[in-house]
Ligand binder design. Structure first.
Ligand SMILES: O=C([O-])CC(=O)C(=O)O
Length: 205
């Protein structure tokens, strides 16, 4: 794993979000299938029309080990972009995770794979395979622009996108936020008096 991806993986998405002032958080209804899932890697973007997952298959074929598939599925809640077989292929190919503003199916089988999928939920209907769709183009996923190679980080709280041009700066700010959050907890969450002093200092501003 690239050094910068490993460093981002140590930071909660909340701190990464704060470092970018909340500008690059995916729609909060995109959630991990299991709360314990985390994902970190560079985006391989996938753009599909509603109801056709051909480009997801193409992306799995072209992916490098460690890529995160980010699928622009237009927020469709009815046609699955993948089931347990397609997700199983992604896992077997060394893909790090799948993020989609849409839904999957075969949820039990996908959970058994222990492979991080972040999505809006599940459905029963498959997608067609008419061959429409693109990979490695700029997309919109969950309200955020994602370009190929942007860094994607997901955890129990959701998913954030770090544009590649600002990744070093965002990492530094996010690490600082994590440290100040920890220091604040250690100094304030001590007793009634420390909490009262803290609240008074905030409320008197
Ligand atoms: O083939 C599909 O598109 C979805 C599916 O059922 C699977 O991945 O198991």
């Amino acid at each position: 794993m690239e050094e910068i991806i490993a460093r981002f993986k140590e930071v909660p998405t909340t701190c990464i979000s704060d470092a970018m002032q909340g500008l690059n958080n995916l729609d909060s209804t995109i959630k991990p299938l299991k709360e314990a899932y985390t994902v970190a890697g560079r985006a391989l973007t996938v753009k599909i029309p509603v109801g056709d997952n051909s480009a997801v298959l193409k992306a799995i074929r072209e992916a490098k080990i460690g890529d995160v598939l980010v699928v622009d599925a237009k927020g469709d809640l009815y046609r699955a972009i993948a089931g347990d077989f397609v997700v199983g292929m992604a896992k077997t190919m060394g893909i790090e995770g799948i993020v989609v503003d849409g839904v999957i199916r075969d949820i039990t089988g996908i959970k058994d794979l222990n492979f991080p999928v972040f999505c809006k939920g599940t459905t029963v209907a498959a997608s067609g395979k008419a061959g429409v769709g693109e990979i490695n183009v700029p997309i919109s996923c969950g309200g955020v622009t994602v370009r190929p190679g942007d860094i994607i980080i997901g955890d129990a709280d959701g998913v954030v996108v770090v544009p590649k041009e600002i990744e070093q700066d965002v990492l530094k700010k996010a690490q600082e936020k994590m440290k100040t959050d920890q220091a604040r907890e250690e100094s304030i969450l001590v007793n009634r008096e420390t909490v009262i002093n803290y609240l008074d200092s905030i409320l008197s501003k």
